[in-house]
Structure formats: structure tokens, C-alpha cells
Design a protein around this ligand. Structure first.
Ligand SMILES: Nc1ncnc2c1ncn2[C@@H]1O[C@H](COP(=O)(O)OP(=O)(O)OP(=O)(O)O)[C@@H](O)[C@H]1O
Ligand SMILES: [Mg+2]
Length: 385
């Protein structure tokens, strides 16, 4: 698919922006802080309602205004769909599909699909597990928008269960016998939503795995094999480590997994009451990246880490493409970060995407293989060359 029209209203630095876009390569070129990333961020936001730059929506709304609107026309196999999203900080988004309001905003999720490559991606490899969980969950939601509901439900249950563990733990320390029947109910809720998320993540890891290995090899021309694993906190409770192939199969059986999570919470009850936190569930899991058998985090060189991050994004792109056609590829300021060899390889690998949006500070940062349309971005004005 590609985006043929994009308009922004009070989004980030833009009061009003209207762009007509073609398929193929489009570069947005301009000095720092001129609003290049803001444009591609808007396109990416439509897929998962998350931004690669901020955790909260407040920064997306133009400062001093009440709400932002992103409007995009997606073209897929010649069919046009108009997606409109209104972002009001602190409130749920409102969405329209082909000008008709939708009852659930997730009905428009995943219509504009994209994969973003950005300097922040290094965090995927070097940063906390949270960044990797988010990587998996964003992709899970793009592939199965229904799971966006499960994801937010899980977060809500986790917060409520945490509060309950804290108050029950405090009551117990005061010598009282807290009523734990409510907690039992929350265990069930957490396990049910958690099992769906874990199963979806593992299925995704299985789909990504061969693509990551191949993409890493192509990007780095390296000798080491890039391998993905899933570390499941449940297995640690059960006295096992990372998920092996048999575990992975078992962890995708949602009803069985739900029961195992409930049982693990029963065993962890005393510890959880002492610490006041939920110790098992997808929020404690991690995507494990290894290179030649060693964990990437802490061992890999800067260049290897970059190649791994690129391989994860390229693999996402392949998985989405297999699932339902080429997503929009967004390369936000990445070429400046790469050496010539990786630059050339990445350019060659993405050249056949249906639409590629590139941001760069100077035209020389855009590799020659990616010739295409160019917009200059300066002082909030976006002009086609
Ligand atoms: N909510 C907002 N309201 C008003 N202005 C904003 C908002 N969020 C960001 N900006 C402004 O947008 C500009 C940054 O835009 P953007 O990140 O797109 O720049 P860029 O062209 O990608 O720069 P770089 O080359 O450094 O990556 C900054 O000047 C920032 O102050
Ligand atoms: Mg930028």
C-alpha cells in the first residue's frame, strides 16, 4: 500500500499541511528542527496509535491548541481508503473511516501500515527490555488490530492488580488477614489477557526469526548468526530458562498458558504481596537477541548493534509484506548513521518497496539508488522540488 494524500492539522509544528504523495521513493530534506520527522511520524502514528519518539500523545498536539488531526488516503491494490484520526491529549482518539465515524478507533488501526527505521532503534538492541516488548507489541497490533484492545486491557489490569497487591500486602504486614478473594479474580483476568499477548508475541518471534537471520547476514555480510529468542518470566518461575522450541509450542496454547499463569501467581502470592508487584506475565518478558551465541546487549560492537536493529526492522517489513502487502517504509534520518557499506546494502534491500519515505538533513545522505521525488522542508513550509 501507499499513502497518496496526507494532511495535518495542529499536529506537532504544523498548523496546516496538505501533501500529495506518489508511490516510490520520497525524500524530505531540510535542516535540523524544520519538521521532517513530524511528517513521517504522522504517517506511522496511524498504524498503531503510537509514536517512535514519545510515549504520550500530548507532544503530538501543536503546542497551545486542543487537538490534532491526521488525515491520510491509503491506496491498496488500487482501492482508496480515507483514514482520519483526531488526537486530543488526555482523551481517547476519535477516528473516521471514509468520512464515517467508527465506534472503535481500532477499526482504523493497521489500515495505514508502516515500518519505521530511526536512530532510536539502537535502543531496541542496547536498551531496556521495555523497548523490545514494545517493538513486538506494536507489530502484533499491526498484524492483529483486535489485540490492541487486549494490550490496553492488560495494562489496566496490571495497574489495578498492583494497587491491590500493595494494599493487601500492607494489611498483612499490619497483622490483619486481607481478603484475598478479589485478588484471585484479578489473577484470572491478568492470566487470560497475558496469555493472549504472550502467545501472539511468540508466534510473531517465530515469523520474524528466519527474516532476521537473513537480513542480518545481508546488512552486515557478517559471519555470526543473528538469533531471536523469547525469555518468558513464567518459565523462570517454573525453573526453566529461555523458551526452547518445545516450550514455544506450549506457550502458544492460550487456554493451557492461562492456567499455567494462574498457577504461577498462586505460587508467587507471598512474594508478590511482600513486593507489591506482579512478577509474572508479558510485562516481565523479553526478546532475547544473540549474535554467534552471545547476547547482543553488552557484547556486540556499535556497528553490530546497528546491523541487528536494521535486521529487526527489515524483518518486520518482510513479515508485514507476507501478511498483506508492502507497508510504507519510513527511513527517518538513518543513512547519516550508517557506514557506506551498510548504507548501500540497506538502500538495495528497500528499493523495491511500494513507498519509501526518507528524511535527511542534506541531499547527500540519500543514497543514489533511492532516486525519487524530493520535498524541501524549511520553516514549516514543505515544497516539492
Ligand atoms: N507539539 C508541538 N507543538 C509545536 N511545535 C512542536 C511540537 N512538537 C515538536 N515541535 C517542533 O517541531 C520541530 C521538530 O521537528 P522535527 O522533529 O520534525 O524536525 P526534523 O526536521 O526532523 O529535525 P532533525 O533533522 O533534527 O531530525 C521542533 O522545532 C519542535 O519544537
Ligand atoms: Mg528528524
Amino acid at each position: 500500500m501507499y499513502v497518496s494524500n496526507l494532511s495535518l492539522h495542529d499536529f506537532r509544528s504544523y498548523t496546516e499541511l496538505v501533501l500529495a504523495l506518489d508511490p516510490g521513493v520520497i525524500a524530505f530534506v531540510g535542516h535540523n528542527g524544520q519538521g521532517k520527522t513530524n511528517i513521517v511520524e504522522a504517517v506511522a502514528y496511524l498504524g498503531t496509535f503510537t509514536s517512535h519518539r514519545v510515549a504520550s500523545d500530548a507532544a503530538l498536539v501543536r503546542h497551545g491548541t486542543g487537538g490534532a488531526v491526521i488525515r491520510a488516503k491509503a491506496v491498496r491494490d488500487g482501492r482508496e481508503t480515507l483514514v482520519e484520526l483526531e488526537i486530543v491529549a488526555g482523551r481517547a482518539n476519535r477516528a473516521r473511516l471514509n468520512r464515517a465515524p467508527v465506534s472503535r478507533t481500532r477499526d482504523v488501526m493497521g489500515i495505514v501500515r508502516s515500518v519505521v527505521f530511526a536512530p532510536e532503534d539502537l535502543e531496541l538492541v542496547k536498551g531496556d527490555p521495555q523497548a523490545r516488548r514494545r517493538f513486538l507489541d506494536d507489530l502484533v497490533v499491526l498484524l492483529t488490530p483486535r489485540l490492541a484492545g487486549v494490550r490496553s486491557e492488560y495494562d489496566k489490569i496490571l495497574r489495578q492488580r498492583g494497587a491491590l497487591l500493595k494494599s493487601a500486602g500492607a494489611a498483612r504486614r499490619r497483622g490483619g488477614g486481607p481478603d484475598l478473594t478479589t485478588l484471585d479474580v484479578w489473577d484470572g483476568h491478568l492470566a487470560a489477557a497475558g496469555a493472549e499477548l504472550i502467545a501472539a508475541r511468540i508466534e510473531l518471534v517465530q515469523r520474524l526469526r528466519p527474516h532476521v537471520a537473513r537480513a542480518y547476514e545481508e546488512v552486515s555480510a557478517g559471519q555470526e548468526e543473528a538469533v531471536l529468542g523469547y525469555r518468558c518470566a513464567l518459565l523462570a518461575v517454573d525453573g526453566e530458562g529461555e523458551a526452547g522450541p518445545d516450550d514455544e509450542a506450549a506457550l502458544t496454547d492460550v487456554p493451557a498458558l492461562t492456567e499455567r499463569l494462574v498457577a504461577a501467581m498462586a505460587r508467587l502470592r507471598t512474594k508478590e504481596l511482600e513486593r507489591g508487584v506482579s512478577l509474572v506475565g508479558p510485562h516481565r518478558d523479553d526478546l532475547v537477541l544473540t549474535l554467534g551465541g552471545l547476547p547482543v546487549r553488552g557484547y556486540a560492537s556499535h556497528g553490530e548493534s546497528w546491523s541487528f536493529a536494521l535486521a529487526l526492522r527489515l524483518a518486520s517489513y518482510e513479515v508485514l509484506r507476507d501478511d498483506g502487502g508492502s507497508p510504507v517504509l519510513i527511513l527517518d534520518d538513518v543513512f547519516a548513521e550508517l557506514d557506506t557499506r551498510r548504507r548501500t546494502r540497506l538502500a538495495a534491500m528497500v528499493a523495491d518497496a511500494e513507498q519509501v519515505l526518507i528524511t535527511a538533513a542534506v541531499p547527500e545522505d540519500v543514497p543514489d539508488q533511492l532516486e525519487g521525488a524530493r520535498f524541501t522542508v524549511a520553516g514549516g513550509e514543505v515544497t516539492r522540488e
